[in-house]
Design a protein around this ligand. Structure first.
Ligand code: G6P
Length: 315
């Protein structure tokens, strides 16, 4: 996959913070992404101007067994506290391997990496199942970031297993109070701050003025995050991931988190493509696929009026 001559290498394996292995993806026009093998964790996604699009806390530890605070943690086999396992499952704090011989999987990107996670003996004690979890991280021409998870039940005892899942994406935003999220209006959600009580969202785009931790159920495949100050819109497209979690800890919770700066809540928003409401069950031999595609586009802002339909259609 190495490019020749003056071209930059599309996929480079190197050492990251604290000597942890990471992979750098580069796309010819200049976009980049970085993935740590620890957690198969995307920690950076930059556009062709070199601007960072993901939030990673200045206090993130990059120290196993703590998951990295920011970027895109992968939550599996459990999202949040929806089950008896540790919060968000264990995939985010396991060492993944590079999958040198992945099953055929078409791509038109030259800049991608395939990672794989299989259970250790210790994992089997916690979750008594055998599986192969393959994650492909790819940078498209134009700089889109694409994550595809393929999870296969390889149980030899004939038993199915059930899981919940999320790509826990931390977006970098200029100022949380200037941000709107479109695509989740009028949907039902579970309010994680109210014992997962079910409510219905109002008709307006979401805006933020306090702590939020909601799981929206059965969302459209496209969600937009509009950053007015940056004049940037993130567009999430998802497949196989019906739900979306929206999280910002705000000031009080921020202060209780050792790996998160007191004021950093102003510059991040998590919008997480997820499967929570109806967990996935796989029989032995069956495979599930969940795909997330992120793009960042300049947003037009005319005299205080953003037409949500236009933003969603044009992107
Ligand atoms: O601190 P973590 O385990 O990484 O979780 C961070 C957050 O993740 C999700 O967004 C959950 O909905 C929140 O309840 C949780 O606080």
């Amino acid at each position: 996959m190495a490019a020749s001559g003056s071209e930059r290498v599309a996929v480079e394996k190197c050492k990251g913070i604290n000597g942890l292995d990471k992979v750098v993806l580069r796309e010819p026009r200049g976009s980049t992404a970085e993935v740590y093998l620890y957690g198969a964790h995307v920690t950076s996604w930059k556009n062709d101007h070199g601007e960072e699009l993901l939030f990673v806390s200045s206090k993130a530890m990059f120290k196993p067994p703590k998951a990295i605070r920011g970027g895109i943690p992968v939550c599996f086999p459990q999202f949040g506290s929806h089950g008896s396992l540790e919060q968000h499952g264990f995939a985010r704090n396991r060492f993944w391997s590079i999958d040198t011989d992945p099953p055929p999987f078409p791509t038109n990107s030259k800049s991608f990496i395939d990672l794989i996670l299989k259970p250790s003996e210790e994992d089997v004690q916690k979750w008594p199942h055998s599986y192969e979890f393959r994650l492909r991280v790819a940078l498209g021409t134009g700089g889109d970031l694409m994550l595809t998870s393929r999870i296969r039940n390889t149980n030899a005892d004939g038993k199915p297993f059930t899981f919940t899942f999320a790509y826990h994406t931390y977006f970098s935003v200029s100022d949380i109070s200037e941000v709107r999220v479109e695509g989740l209006e009028t949907l039902d959600y579970l309010d994680n701050l109210q014992n997962k009580e079910r409510s219905t969202e109002q008709g307006d785009a979401l805006t933020f003025e306090s702590e939020v931790d909601k799981t929206y159920l059965g969302t459209p495949t496209k969600i937009a995050i509009l950053d007015h100050e940056k004049k940037r819109t993130f567009v999430l497209r998802k497949d196989g991931l019906p739900d979306a979690v929206v999280w910002n800890p705000w000031d009080k919770k921020a202060k209780t988190m050792a790996d998160f700066g007191d004021d950093e809540y102003k510059h991040m928003l998590c919008v997480e493509a997820a499967v929570v409401g109806k967990p996935i069950t796989l029989k032995p031999g069956e495979e599930w696929k969940g795909r997330l595609e992120l793009s960042a586009v300049p947003s037009s802002y005319c005299s205080g009026q953003l037409d949500p339909q236009k933003v969603l259609q044009n992107s």
